[in-house]
Every structure is written in structure tokens, then in C-alpha cells.
Design a protein around this ligand. Sequence first.
Ligand code: FAD
Ligand code: SIN
Length: 535
Amino acid sequence: MSIQKTDFLVIGSGIAGLTYALKVADRFPDKKVLVLTKATADETNTKYAQGGIAVVNDLENDSFAKHIEDTLIAGDGLCNEKIVEIVVKEGPERVNEIIEWGARFDKEADGDFKRGKEGGHSESRILHHKDITGWEMERALISAVERQKNIEFVKHCFVVDILTQHHRGYLVTKSTPDIECYGVYVLNLNTNKIEKILAKTTLLATGGNGQVYRTTTNPAIATGDGVAMTYRAKGKIENMEFIQFHPTALYEPGVTGQAFLITEAVRGDGGILRNKHSEAFMEKYDERKDLAPRDIVARAIDSEMKRTGTEHVWLDCRHFDVEKFKEHFPNIYDKCLSIGIDIAKNMIPVSPAAHYSCGGIKTDERGRSSIRNLYACGECASTGLHGANRLASNSLLEAMVFAHRCSVDASETVNNISFREDLPDWNARGTSEPREMILITQSLKELQLVMSDYVGIVRNDVRLQRAIRRLDLLWEETEELYRSSVVSPQLLELRNMITVGYLIVKEAMFRKESRGLHYNTDYPEKSPLVQNIVL
Ligand code: FAD
Ligand code: SIN
């Protein structure tokens, strides 16, 4: 890495980080922008997005008001209406920008966009690139970044912590006013050294946290690092209890970790969920049937699985025109075939999997976190858009709108900020190589089991109490290991995931009601007190 000081530091190379980097780099051609990612360039949640991006760009058949209304209904009373309006109305401009950068969305023969439909949407408004929309957007962004001369993009750099007054020897607590971010410590996996990077402005675009659960649609990078770092630095974190479980991950016995997604767009095109007895069950749960919002469909599947004692339900696509299915969903078609499922003859086994974190680092309408000069956008942020449940395909849109907003604010403030020079180098005194990796891998398994068994789709107070007790023990043991060991990505991720698990459970315990994605059988009703929970 050639840069140790930068005006613009970007952590994360998904849609949020790269959109922001392109914008600030374009605005300041004379300044260097540094983008860091802990993995390869494109290993991100973004790359796996399938269904597409929700946007109103056909005002004859759709309207901003309808998209706003759909988002508010899904969010179940907790969305910030101003933010919803901002995202929906600024969305089309941001989508046009990524098209200019080279992203291709599927079109009809007459040149108009093909628009898909997903759960909770009153109109067909999802732009997509077959069933690999995220891959296409990430590809376009990476090539645009490669063309931009003033962006340095360094892979395999694991950001450990953000630097604040705490590192200058001051006591920083949750009530310290004006906590400031001066940059980060980063474990450079190319050299195996921890480096200090000073930054005038820092953007966290570190994505989701699905790996906290045993089965998730998220790749291995999704360990909630940005949220954990911000919490350690005493920044505000909100609404972590709202973990979205995608109803239809492919069920493959024995496969843990990242599960293959069967996009909701398949149900948008007519796919029908059936239980063990081949009954189409969604009409029992919601009049919108298979296209009800995700929280409702995931709970319905969970209930059918428990009632019939099975580990999955079925997604029936046998009535589809196979050629049309292959054209819209080639990736899913191939994946199913590779494991012996011919969608024309066989139903697809599916079950819910952790998919999306609606909460995260609390930000304002300019993307500013509660820590000065620290921005957050994309899945790691809680902007107020999603409330208690995210509407399908709203997150790629949110990431782009807020990357833009963060870039505007950072551009306006960067020239008034000075580097802080009095920050110590990383201190590794007293640490040694951990003797046994199993101490880390076993704790990770325990964490994922606790979260899946006690803090899943359906919760209750006893389960949450059990979870917190077990997390406390894992926390103590991991902190001891952290203090005595030379750090590794595995140890850092474990530490971050325990923190994220703790935040999910704690915020779930504070919410004495059932709302959106948080369903607690001890409080099955909504509380009249409509509030966001912030830690
Ligand atoms: P990501 O794309 O996840 O990028 C995070 C980046 O941060 C990565 O580069 C990672 O390496 C880096 N990083 C993390 N921690 C560190 C660290 N400590 N140090 C350095 N780098 C770090 N949304 C939609 O709107 N439409 C869809 O169709 C859709 N489909 C989806 C399908 C799947 C299977 C999944 C998993 C998600 C889907 N989503 C969809 C959600 C959406 O893809 C994500 O919310 C969005 O892409 C997140 O983008 P991001 O830039 O915030 O984070
Ligand atoms: C999907 O394609 O079903 C995922 C869409 C999303 O998560 O928004």
C-alpha cells in the first residue's frame, strides 16, 4: 500500500464503497482516494444480488407515491418517512449513473427495461440483469474504478479498528461529545503487518452480518465488522434486532455457511410455495399469498416446517415455460440442474436463511454516523429507510443514494479537516501466535448455533436470555484470546461477530413487542410505543 495518509478512506468494495469512491475521486481529481477490502476485489454481498434494484422509472405505470407506500408498509411503522422519500425520489438519478458507468439491465424488444416484481411491491419495478444483477453492477463499478486514475484500490487489507481520541489516551464513553475518527488500524494481509492509516474522512461500507447465523445467503465476508468497530469506538448502533431471513434459500442437506439463493423474482414470475403434502399454503397466511412481504413468508414457511416436521418446503416452478425460466434465471436453472433438480419436473427444496441486516450504524440524512468524520452507507448503515423490515430490492438503491449523499457531505467538509499526527502505532507487545485454531473455529460454531437456535425467525424471552448468557461466555473467552494473541482475520471476525450477536440480542430484548422482522411469542402484538432502539 503506497498511501498512509488520505483525504478519503473507503472501507469496502461493494456497491456502497465503490459508488462513493468514484464520486469523490471524480470531484477531486487532484486528491487520492484509498479503497480497502479485506478479501478479493469483488467478494461482496453485492456480487450475489439476484433479483435486482427497485426503482420508479416508468411514471406512466408507476409512481413515487406507490414505491414510498410499499416501503412504508413493509417497514411496519418504523421507517423514517423523509428518508424513504429521499431514496425513492433520488433513486432514478443514481440508477442512470451506474448505467453510464457501464451496468446493463435487461430490456424488452422495444428497448424499454424489463421490470420484475417481488414481495411487497404493488408494481413491477425491479430492474435486473438476468438473475445475476449484483454481479453485473459490481463488474461495472470495478471497471469504472480501474479507469479512475486517483483511486488506489488495495485488496486483502483487514481494517481492525477506527482511531479516535481513545487512541490518544483520552477516556471515550458513549456520552463523550464530539468523538472524532482520525483513520484506522489495518492488518495488511499482503505483508502481515498492522499499519496505521490517517484519514480526513472515513467511509464504512463493510456490508452485512449474515455469517453470525449458521445458514445465510451471505458470503464469508459478511461478519458485521463495521458495526462492531463503530460500537467499540462508542458510536451509535440501532435496530439490529431486525434481521431479515430470506424465505427461499436452496436447501442442500449438509451445506452450512453460504446458501444459494432462489430469488424472490421466481415467485414474482409465478413460483408457488408448497408444503410437505404439496399444498400451496401461503393463502392461509396472507391474502398476497407467495408475494407477501418477506417477514410474513419466512414465518409462514417456518410454521409449516415445524407443523409438518420437515427441514424445508418446496418451490414449485413446474408450470413455467422452461425456455422463459432459463432466459430470466439461467444461474438458478444451472445450479438446480447441477444438483439433480430439473425445474420442469422437480420442485425446488427451499428454507429460510439469514439474509439482510436492516439495522446498523445509525446515520443521518447526509450519511454521517454519530462519530465526526466517519460516514457509513450500504448494508452496515441504518439510515431509516427499512424500518422493521426491508422491502425487496431496496438495498442496492439505498446504497447508491446514500453513497452519493455521503460523498456530497465529505466533499464539502474535507478541506476543513486536518490530519491528526499524535496517534500511536499498533502495539503488539505481549502477544504470541495462537496455539490452536480450534479455539476460534469452535467458538464461531457455537456463536452461529446460539444465534440460529435462539435468535432466529421466532423468538421469546427465555431463548433471548439463554443466548445472552452464552454470548457473555464466548465474549470473555475471545477477549482473553485477543489480548494474548497475534491477531488474525479469523480472530478479528470472531470478535466482531460476537459483538454483532450481542447487539442483535440486546436490542431484541429491549423490544417488548412483535413488529416487522422481530417476532417474540411473549409479546405477539405491536406496542403503541413506536421507537427505534439505539445502543
Ligand atoms: P458489500 O457488497 O457486502 O461489500 C462489503 C465490503 O466490505 C466487501 O468488500 C468486504 O470485503 C468489505 N469489508 C468488510 N469488512 C471489512 C474489514 N474489516 N476490512 C476491510 N474490508 C471489509 N439487494 C437488493 O437490493 N436487490 C437484490 O436483488 C439483492 N439480492 C441479494 C442476494 C443475496 C444472495 C444477498 C446476499 C444479498 C442481496 N441483496 C439484494 C442485498 C444487497 O446485495 C446488499 O445489501 C448490498 O449489496 C450491500 O452492499 P454493501 O456495499 O453495503 O456491502
Ligand atoms: C432476491 O432476489 O430475492 C433478493 C432481493 C433482495 O434481497 O432485495
